[in-house]
Ligand binder design. Sequence first.
Ligand SMILES: Cc1ncc(COP(=O)(O)O)c(C=O)c1O
Length: 433
Amino acid sequence: MTGPRQLEQLDREAARLAPGASEESALGRRVFVEGRGAVLTDLDGNQYIDLAAGTLTQSLGHCHPEVVAALAEQAARLWNVHDFATADRAGLCDLLADLLPEYLDTYSFFSTGAEVVEAALRTVQAVAEPGRNRVGALRYGFHGKTQGARMLVHWDIGNQAFAGNSVLGYSPYCYRCPLELAYPSCGVRCATLVRRHIAEKSNVSALVFEPVLGAAGVIVPPPGYWEQIADSCREHGVLLVADEVLTGGGRTGTFLAAERFGIEPDLVALSKGMASGFPFAVLAGRSDVLRHPQVGRAGSTASTYSNNPLGIAAARATLEVVRRDTLIEQVDVLGALLSEGLVELQAKHAVLGDVRGVGLLYGLEFVRDRDTREPAPEIAREVYLAALDLGLRTSIGGHIIRLAPPFTIDRDLLEEGIALLGRALERVTGAER
Ligand SMILES: Cc1ncc(COP(=O)(O)O)c(C=O)c1O
């Protein structure tokens, strides 16, 4: 239950605050005042294990001391000089060169996920051959809320599809296969159809995709999906633009999810895993694309907050810790623990229709009935709220709950978090009902 001091704050702002908050904050009604590592504290002093890691931003947990120190030091010195170089920028470029595949050697810096997706789209537009005026995207993809990004969005929870000039292909949503087939006997037909589409439509300039579709519920492609599609894009001169705003920075067990799935994108958009929750985004690309004369025209990467000194300092500190403490290796170790715990919960609770994920990124799909697979958003909501009341923060969207713990979470705390989720499920479906 939301405590009295929080209720007072929420009531006070309610008359003035425009509606439109995320489902998780509108439902959760909490006022958080502090975050340390994987633990949040609310205004009434209650604590929560944060298995949503901020907005999947806190790979190092909340308020990592080295990031706090870097930000405090920068905040005391310099906040904005347009896109002039600052002392950390060259170091950040070196770090990115070290962490990313070698061929992704050119970068520009922005503030948000949607902004960097827009920068990628502008890049595609600038290098596209005449007649290639369409951009491919995948069903269930999410790429942000600015108009260009929305053109690519086809995720029907919270955001309406907006046709624009994008071309949508099948995503590898095995649990709800649109072709009513089953893996592996399907031969990954969804990919074959995307491949055919790319081969037949000579007007597609790029495919913008999430290697693992995050917002729509952590849709993890089966083997063979990306191989087919990436080959086809290469063959037909279609640029591969990986939207790794959510997955980039190690969340799936490799710095880029694209590496895990054997894709070599031409451009990559990164944000959440870059700067520990400070608004920051990176467009990484092949130098021949980002140094193309039409792309690198004066001012094309500049905006009020692009190359922001605070963002650069936070990103540099974050990525230095990720590299020095070999945190990405921890992702698979902790991910195995998380997966094991969730599979056990699924065996006990029929409402958990599907549990899927990779690294430290998991989606739990709630259903009314395992046979019909009818989505059960009302059960997801009850579980989400019960978990909060028990001291566990997760992330909810429709009938799906997502889990994305910090890479630095203590093993015991992760186990405690999974146990709390189990208690929340019991409260909603079992003995405590
Ligand atoms: C894959 C992906 N792309 C883009 C975005 C948009 O990022 P932002 O909310 O920072 O604009 C998100 C946000 O969740 C995302 O998950």
